[in-house]
Every structure is written in C-alpha cells, then in structure tokens.
Design a protein around this ligand. Structure first.
Ligand code: GLU
Length: 441
C-alpha cells in the first residue's frame, strides 16, 4: 500500500510555479510566534531545521548503467524526543519541501503529545519507472549514507509519498547489517509480522475521521446526513472514505492521478463511491482506471472538480498547495468543514477566505497525526517485543486523536482562535518549553 496520497496530484503541486512549502511553513510559524510573543532566540531557532543532510546515492540500474539519485534528510527539532518522519520518493522533490514537512512533523508530534521530534527525508526519483530491485538499491544507499545519523534514539523514518512497508524493511535490513544488531524500533511502517503494527495502514485515514467525528458534534451535524468530497485516493483517502462511510456519511467523489495522461481526474458517483470496488481498479500508486470506473457508473470529471462539490465536508488528502487563493472561492456554500488529510494542502491566502466564510478547518498536522501516532505505538511494541491486537491499537489511536482534537478546539474556543492557530499555539508552546527546559535558549 502506498502511503499518504495519490502520487500524481503532487506532481502538479510540486511543479506549481511560485509555491514554496518551506516559506509557507515559516509564515505559519511566524504568525504563531507573534501570537505567543516569542523572543528572537526562539524564533530564530525554530523557523529553520537543526540539521540537514544532502547526498548522492549511486545505483546500478537494471540495464547495467549507474545512475545518481539525490537524497535528503532534514531534522527540524529533537527537543521532545528523537526526530520522526517519513521518507518520500518523488520526481519533483525539493529540499524546501522536505524542510517544510520536517517542520510540520515537529508540530504534529507535539500537538498529539508524543515524545518525538520532527524530521523528513526524500529522494528525487519516480518509482513509476523503477523496478523493485532499483528501489531497493535506493533504500539501501539512503541508509548507507545516513546510518550514523538515524536510529531508534536519534531519528526514526517511516513511509510517506510513494514509499511503503517493503521499503521500510529494506532500510531496516541495511541498518541492522551495518550496525550488527537487531533494531526493529529504528523505523516504522514495517510490514505486519516483521515488526509492523496492526492498524498502521489504516491509521492516518482513520485518524482524520476520528477528528471529523468530533468536529461534526461541535458543528451540530449528524454524520448520517453528511456528504463529503475527497481529494486523492492513496493510503489516507482510501481509509478515510471507509471510516467516514462506517460512521454513516456519504463520500461522493475521490480524485486520482492518471500517469498516462499526466493529469488528475475526479471520480464522482451521486449515490456514493465504494472504496472496495474502486480499489479493485486502482494501481499501486493510487491511480484509478478511467474506463473501468465509467463502467461502474462513475462520472469522470476534471481533477479539480472535487473542490466545488456540493458537500458538507471536504477532505483534501493529496498533497500540499491544493486549496489556494486561485480556487478557494470555488468551494460550495454548503461546505462547513475542511479536514486536511494531506500535509500543507491549504495556503495562507486560502486560509483568509476560509476564515471569512466561517468554514471550520481541522488543520493538517492535527488531522493527519494518526499515522505518526500509530508509528509511535509501533515503536513501543517493538521496544517491548510484544504486539497488540488491532482493536487495541485503533482504540488507543482514537483516544489519543480525540483528546488532541478536544484540546485544540477548546483552545480555539477559549482564545477565539482559528483552529490552525490554536493547534500551532499548543504545539509550538510545548516545543519552546522543551527547548527552554533543556537550556537551549
Ligand atoms: N509520513 C507520515 C506523516 O507525514 C507518517 C510519519 C511517521 O509515521 O513517522 O505523518
């Protein structure tokens, strides 16, 4: 299963001219630094990563030629615990995107109050065009470079866009070979039975819906009457659609990237999409077969159509820079809630419009924290070498996500803050306190 999102939507996003995810993450941070009246030392320290690694991975390709791949690891902050965050494989990966994602991981681990910091990694490559053997060589090469700067008590990687449990196991194997130890807590998102946790695959999508369930109560909406439009059909969206339907809601569309046409499409069915049926016609990157979808009664609409659907809830579960100043006005007047399954889907410009229109937002690093929370549970299980039943994992996840959500919504209400700002206030304050207690500033 590919983690996080349908790959192609990102391609569009990553290419978008003028958009820089790191500048966006910094501007969000600067805004909350003003609210918290942080001093210059705290601002200067937290608006940039603590450490960065940029490197080249040589890989002998299947045709015998050697090709070079650029790799990154950014460790934003480890005041609250080892750095934590995924490794993305993407043809348009940039170090600024990795920096932004590392910073968002710091806030994500903090807002759900797990003892981990923030990091992110990436490799510029397109798994669509790489064999399994070539991908394995990239994974092993990444670890060979980073082996001394990552580890269970330093920095713990995980899957992200276009990486999956098999990549995590290759990385673990290389790490253990280099160090001559067994260290299953070094990496998370491993296959179940090889140190992975039950529930990890579902965790991010389910976590989004746990927070949506709580938000709907606050908005006085019953899930049974609720209609939602989803962007993406990767790991997050697939499970978010499932649980949203289980709590009684109706999903009217998902979207996915078409590798052949090099663009995305929205798949809509007015009586609701069926994720299991769609999965049967979806490739391993989350790409849905258009012709087969038509036969199953889906309308094939332009990629951006998900945003203008008549729905109560929007779930952007693809990539950064999806709800922007250019398209935010197309959001239907019925929409009451935006639940950000992706990292950084909404730009600050679009936020202004959402605020004006009184649309409730569950911000990304809160809404999609279920993945890393379950990664934390996976590490705990690996450390004690005792694995929980799926219900136990998902029950603990629900408790953790729900209490994080309630703390943020309580802060938003009491301090009259936009939900994103409230989440930032809680998360940044905890990290600042940790740095201060350690005597860093
Ligand atoms: N890549 C996921 C995220 O962005 C999960 C990270 C993890 O499990 O460490 O939250």
């Amino acid at each position: 299963m590919i983690a996080t999102s349908s790959a192609g939507v990102q391609k569009q996003t990553a290419k978008a001219k003028g958009f820089n995810a790191f500048e966006m993450a910094q501007s969000q941070f600067d805004h909350v630094a003003d609210i918290l009246k942080l001093d210059d030392a705290a601002r200067d320290f937290l608006r940039v990563p603590m450490r960065e690694f940029h490197f080249t991975i040589p890989v002998r390709m299947d045709d015998g030629k050697v090709k070079m791949f650029r790799g990154f690891r950014v460790q934003h902050n480890d005041a609250r615990g080892p750095n934590k965050g995924g490794i993305r494989f993407h043809p348009h990966e940039t170090v600024d995107t990795v920096r932004a994602l590392a910073m968002w991981m710091t806030w994500k681990c903090s807002v759900v109050d797990i003892p981990l910091g923030g990091g992110k990694g990436g490799v510029i490559c397109d798994p669509h065009n790489l064999s399994d053997r070539e991908q394995e060589q990239i994974c092993r090469g990444w670890i060979r470079t980073m082996a001394r700067n990552v580890g269970p008590v330093q920095d713990v990687p995980a899957p992200d866009v276009m990486t999956a449990p098999k990549h995590m196991l290759w990385m673990l194997d290389e790490y253990e070979t280099i160090h001559g130890v067994k260290a299953p807590g070094f990496i998370t998102g491993k296959p179940v039975g090889m140190g992975g946790s039950l529930g990890r695959t579902e965790a991010t999508g389910y976590g989004v819906v746990f927070t949506v369930r709580e938000a709907l109560k606050e908005l006085g909406l019953k899930p049974s009457g609720c209609v939602a439009a989803f962007q993406g059909f990767g790991n997050v969206s697939q499970y978010a659609v499932r649980l949203f339907r289980q709590i009684g809601g109706k999903a009217i569309c998902v979207s996915s990237w078409d590798q052949k046409d090099q663009k995305s499409y929205t798949f809509r069915r007015q009586d609701g999409v069926d994720p299991d049926q769609l999965l049967g016609i979806t490739d391993r990157f989350g790409g849905i077969d258009k012709n087969k979808a038509k036969d199953l009664g889906y309308e094939i609409l332009p990629g951006e159509a998900w945003i203008e659907q008549e729905a109560d809830v929007l779930f952007p579960c693809a990539l950064e820079n999806q709800v922007t100043g250019a398209n935010v006005k197309r959001i239907h007047k019925r929409v009451r809630l935006v639940a950000e399954g992706a990292n950084g889907p909404t730009t600050p410009e679009a936020d202004v419009v959402l605020k004006e229109r009184g649309i409730f937002v569950i911000p990304d690093f809160l809404a999609n924290a279920g993945g890393v929370s379950c990664s934390y549970f996976e590490q705990v299980q690996c450390n004690m070498n005792y694995f929980w039943e799926k219900d136990e994992v998902l029950g603990k996840l629900d408790t953790l996500m729900t209490s994080a959500y309630l703390a943020v919504s309580d802060c938003a209400r009491k301090q009259k803050l936009f939900m994103r700002d409230a989440a930032y206030v809680i998360a940044v304050r905890r990290v600042v306190d940790a740095c201060r207690q350690r005597g860093w500033f």
